[in-house]
Design a protein around this ligand. Structure first.
Ligand SMILES: Cc1ncc(COP(=O)(O)O)c(C=O)c1O
Length: 353
């Protein structure tokens, strides 16, 4: 293989990270690929993007970044003293998929709440607060939730309200890992402002939603403005050619591209789940409320279908799998996947017809 054009690609159901970028996003990067402008975010392209972000999310300070782990770490770091801790779920990305970045880069402890559907509730958080004020114990200071959760479930607006009331009563900050926030917003049939309302700081994902290497922190705490500005740079996340990151968010918001994309992925996830649920040997294990489908199916089937359509085994003990829809997944891909599962079932499960 001698050129980029010769590299072969496949349709995966593994992650919305496995897809490329939306054509409109590539176009936006092209549109700002001309001339010289001030660097590090002082340019007019970035100002346009900031205006769209504020229209969509409300008045906030915006810090574009390259990846979601850094957005989570910098956001949380801005809120914590060295002896303070973060309450999050035991299935959170913070806990399981960031290679200890919060512990290593903030030096903080994560206080884990057990969950079966990825969601935290005031009751589950309450027990982590028992030793508030005790010199010998870390002091919980932030509640971090993921919306939609790592299990593809979505907090309702009522559940978010309860968390807001609770955090306020206990004097805790609220952080949202929104790496797939548009999908939760479409599921809830509301707008972006409503989903983030009352939260102090958001890690907003772009990459999983059709952008490329573009994430952002949205801070609703004006007093943290300078702190976050320096922390982003110290955390090596300040882009010199910022226009190529910020312009992606502009294109994503300006014509409601985010809505079309989120509607598409959520709709296809429902379709995939419904078709798989019709097969007696397949069990859908979580509510489908974003672009992920969690399921259990026979091991031999998983091994075989994965060769054609790669996807992850989420839990190696139970063989629960995660199937994820991307902006470029088509209805034919979903049908092809279901067909591959059916064919494999008929080979490996004698009773299957
Ligand atoms: C819930 C969640 N948060 C954050 C991230 C960001 O991760 P990354 O650092 O790979 O961009 C991911 C990516 O898988 C995620 O699923």
């Amino acid at each position: 293989m001698n050129s980029l054009r010769e590299v072969k690609t496949q349709m995966h159901f593994a992650s919305d990270n496995n897809s490329g970028a939306l054509p409109e996003i590539m176009q936006a990067m092209n549109d700002c690929n001309r001339g010289h402008v001030p660097s590090y975010g002082e340019d007019e392209f970035t100002k346009l993007a900031n205006a769209e972000m504020q229209k969509a999310f409300g008045k906030c300070d915006i810090y574009y970044m390259f990846n979601g782990t850094a957005a989570n770490v910098v956001a949380l770091k801005s809120l914590l003293q060295p002896y303070e801790a973060v309450i999050c779920s035991d299935v959170s990305h913070l806990q399981n998929d960031e290679c200890g970045a919060p512990e290593a880069n903030i030096g903080c402890k994560l206080l884990l709440c057990e969950t079966t559907d990825g969601k935290l509730s005031p009751q589950s958080i309450e027990e982590k607060l028992l030793r508030l004020g005790d010199t010998h114990h870390v002091q919980a200071k932030v509640i971090s939730i993921t919306q939609p959760t790592e299990y593809g479930t979505t907090y309702t607006l009522e559940e978010l309200q309860k968390l807001r009331d609770f955090a306020k009563a206990k004097n805790l900050y609220l952080h949202m890992d929104g790496s797939r926030l548009p999908n939760a917003t479409i599921h809830l049939n509301c707008d972006l402002k409503e989903v983030v309302a009352g939260f102090d700081i958001i890690s907003l994902g772009g990459t999983k939603n059709g952008l490329a290497g573009a994430e952002a922190i949205l801070s609703f705490l004006p007093e943290k403005k300078d702190h976050l500005r320096y922390l982003r740079k110290q955390s090596m996340q300040l882009a010199g050619k910022m226009r190529f990151v910020s312009s992606q968010f502009y294109a994503w918001l300006v014509n409601d591209l985010w809505q079309d994309t989120a509607r598409h992925v959520c709709g296809l996830a429902q379709e995939l789940a419904a078709k798989l649920a019709d097969l007696p040997e397949v069990e859908i294990t979580q509510k489908v409320q974003s672009n992920a489908v969690f399921a259990k199916m026979p091991r031999e089937v998983i091994k075989e279908v994965r060769k054609k359509y790669f996807f992850y085994v989420w839990n190696e003990k139970t063989w629960e799998v995660r199937l994820m829809i991307s902006f470029d997944t088509k209805a034919e891909d979903v049908d092809g996947f279901v067909q591959a599962v059916k064919q494999s079932l008929s080979k490996h499960v004698p009773t299957h017809r």
